[in-house]
Design a binder for this molecule. Sequence first.
Ligand code: ADP
Ligand code: MG
Length: 260
Amino acid sequence: MTVPMIAMRAVGKSFGAHQVLRGVDLDVAPSEVVCLIGPSGSGKSTLLRCVNFLEPYDEGEVRIAGELIGYDLDSEGERRPMAPSRLRAMRREIGMVFQHFNLWPHMTALENVSEPLRRVRGLPKGEATDRAAAMLRRVGLADKAGAHPLRLSGGQQQRVAIARALAMQPRLMLFDEPTSALDPELVGEVLEVMRALAAEGMTMLIVTHEMGFAAHVASRIAFIDGGRILESGPPRRVFHESAEPRVRQFLQTYHDRNAF
Ligand SMILES: Nc1ncnc2c1ncn2[C@@H]1O[C@H](COP(=O)(O)OP(=O)(O)O)[C@@H](O)[C@H]1O
Ligand SMILES: [Mg+2]
């Protein structure tokens, strides 16, 4: 048995009295691509943010390559907050891409990728620039290195954001609706980059509403509703053979909305 890259066990999370995640169990094996789908407000973003502890979970465990994230266990098994330096080190191994790309507007595409390498990884300027240029090539933007974000399309900006995350050489990548803010004709170029990453063996946990992409690229689909994972399995099973009424209803609504 290989150690899962992500292992969530009985994870619970509340905001005040509002319980947003309930008993979440989810494994993502090395090189696996898991797509998380579900209605708005079901807890998808919160789940993703618990993986890198941007959101502290309050029950259960989240392990990255076997290591508990966010907490240390003392000799009695009580949890204490992990030392900030260790948490930062663990987070550096986890790339994250959001719906809104958050590029620095005053920097070029190349600088947006190279600056974090200098600040976070402490790379010398030449090395950071070389690595950033290689990452822009990888996402098909070699010719846009000198462009500022406002000169780029949304799809190009999101590819810069992916290059920025990849430059840190993460062990896994989290994507939170990476194409939801894009004009429809720009979605494909971003999904294509993600498809290539999957083919290279990157471990990915992806929140998406792109069912076609999920059906083709995901090793597994997890459906979440009301903070619970109701179903998890191969795309064919979840998309076509689900016995869960909520899953069928969600997919039917999606299908109706996208059919014309
Ligand atoms: N920081 C927060 N404070 C309070 N409630 C939150 C916070 N973040 C999310 N929520 C609530 O948690 C629920 C799940 O949110 P979220 O994980 O963003 O869902 P999804 O990504 O599936 O749309 C929602 O009801 C949302 O309002
Ligand atoms: Mg969300």
